[in-house]
Design a protein around this ligand. Structure first.
Ligand code: A3P
Length: 316
C-alpha cells in the first residue's frame, strides 16, 4: 500500500530520521520535505522519481492534488491523445475495459511500488500523472519542453472527497479522528500532501508565467463546460479538434455516469496497490461538501482560501 512503510530503502530511512515529522490524519506519521507533508512510501517514490525520471519533450504530465479530478483528467486526456488509435465511438475503447489509473501511470507511486518499471517503454507521447508540487518535480520535467496540465478543485469539495476516500482506505486509522481537527490541519497545511494552498498557487502562477508549459484547469469548469475545456486542453497539447461530434463523444465516454457504471469500476476490482477502482467514483458533483462539513468548518476553509488566494486572481 502507498500508505505503509514495509519497503523503505536505507536512504529513505536516513532522510526521514532527519525530517520534521507530525502525527496526522490518514497516516500516523507524516514527514516534511521540500515544503510538503508526505507519507513515507510516497516520499520514497518522490526521491526515486527525482533521481531517475528522465522527461522527454513530448511527455504530458497531469498534475493534481489528490481528489481534485485526477481520474477524470486521466480519462479525458487519454481519450484525447489516443483518439486516432482508439476512435472514441468504436465501442471497444480501452477506457471501457480498463480503469484510467491503469492506463496512465502515477509517477511517484510507480517509483515506490515498482521501482524497476521501465518508463521508456510507454508509447509516445507518454502520459503520466503526479501529485508532486511544482517545486519537487524532477528537474528534467521542468527543463524539458514537456507539457503539464494541472487540475484544481474547490478545496471544500476536495477535502470532503479525501475525507471519505481516506476512511475507506484506512478505516481503522481514521475512525476516531475528529473531522474538525482534520479541517483545522488542512487549513494550516499540516495535512497529508499539504499545504493544499501552496500546491495550487505554485502551478497557478507557473501557468500565468509560462502558458505554453502549464495549463491550469479546474474540476468545476470541466463539469460546467466539458467541451470547451477539452478543446482548451487539446489546443494546449497541440492536437486541436476538427469535429464537435468527437468532443461530445469524449465528454460522454469520460463522464462520471459512464465510467462509474462500467464493470471494471464496480465492486470487486482492485488496482495492484489494493485500492478498489470503485473508490475513485463517489458523487462526482460540485458543492457536495454540504453533507459532510458543518457551517463553521466550511467557513474556516473559505476564510483560509480567501486569505491564501488573495491577490492571485484565483477564485472558487
Ligand atoms: P467525490 O468524492 O466528490 O465524488 P481523484 O480522481 O483526484 O482521486 O478525485 C476523485 C473525485 O473525482 C471524486 O469526487 C470522484 O467521484 C470524482 N470523479 C471521478 N471520476 C469522475 C468523472 N468522470 N467525472 C466527474 N467526477 C469524477
Amino acid at each position: 500500500s502507498l500508505l505503509r512503510d514495509d519497503d523503505l530503502t536505507q536512504e529513505t530511512r536516513d532522510l526521514i530520521s532527519s525530517l520534521p515529522s507530525e502525527k496526522g490524519w490518514l497516516v500516523s506519521q507524516m514527514y516534511q520535505f521540500q515544503g510538503r507533508w508526505h507519507a513515507q512510501a510516497l516520499l520514497q517514490g518522490l526521491l526515486l522519481c527525482q533521481k531517475h525520471f528522465e522527461a522527454k519533450d513530448s511527455d504530458i504530465i497531469l498534475a493534481t492534488n489528490p481528489k481534485s479530478g485526477t481520474t477524470w483528467l486521466k480519462a479525458l486526456v487519454f481519450a484525447l491523445i489516443n483518439r486516432h488509435n482508439f476512435p472514441v465511438s468504436s465501442g471497444n475503447h480501452p477506457l471501457l475495459v480498463t480503469n484510467p489509473h491503469l492506463l496512465v501511470p502515477f509517477l511517484e507511486g510507480v517509483y515506490y511500488e515498482s521501482p524497476n518499471f521501465d518508463f521508456s517503454k510507454l508509447p509516445s507521447p507518454r502520459l503520466m500523472n503526479t501529485h508532486l508540487s511544482l517545486f519537487s518535480l524532477p528537474e528534467s520535467i521542468k527543463s524539458s519542453s514537456c507539457k503539464i496540465v494541472y487540475c484544481c478543485r474547490n478545496p471544500k469539495d476536495m477535502f470532503v472527497s479525501l475525507w471519505h476516500f481516506g476512511r475507506k482506505l484506512a478505516p481503522q486509522e481514521t475512525a476516531d479522528y475528529p473531522i474538525e481537527k482534520a479541517v483545522k490541519a488542512f487549513c494550516e497545511g499540516k495535512f497529508i500532501g499539504g499545504p493544499f494552498w501552496d500546491h495550487v498557487l505554485e502551478y497557478w502562477y507557473a501557468s500565468l508565467e509560462n502558458p505554453n508549459k502549464v495549463l491550469f484547469v479546474t474540476y468545476e469548469e470541466l463539469k460546467k463546460q466539458p467541451g470547451d475545456s477539452i478543446k482548451r486542453i487539446a489546443e494546449f497539447l497541440g492536437c486541436g479538434f476538427t469535429g464537435e461530434e468527437e468532443v461530445k463523444e469524449i465528454v460522454k465516454l469520460c463522464s462520471f455516469e459512464s465510467l462509474s457504471c462500467l464493470e471494471v469500476n464496480k465492486e470487486g476490482n482492485k488496482l495492484p496497490n489494493g485500492v478498489e477502482t470503485k473508490a475513485f467514483f463517489r458523487k462526482g458533483e460540485i458543492g457536495g461538501w454540504g453533507d459532510t462539513l458543518s457551517d463553521s468548518m466550511a467557513e474556516e476553509i473559505d476564510r483560509t482560501m480567501e486569505e491564501k488566494f488573495q491577490g492571485s486572481g484565483l477564485k472558487f
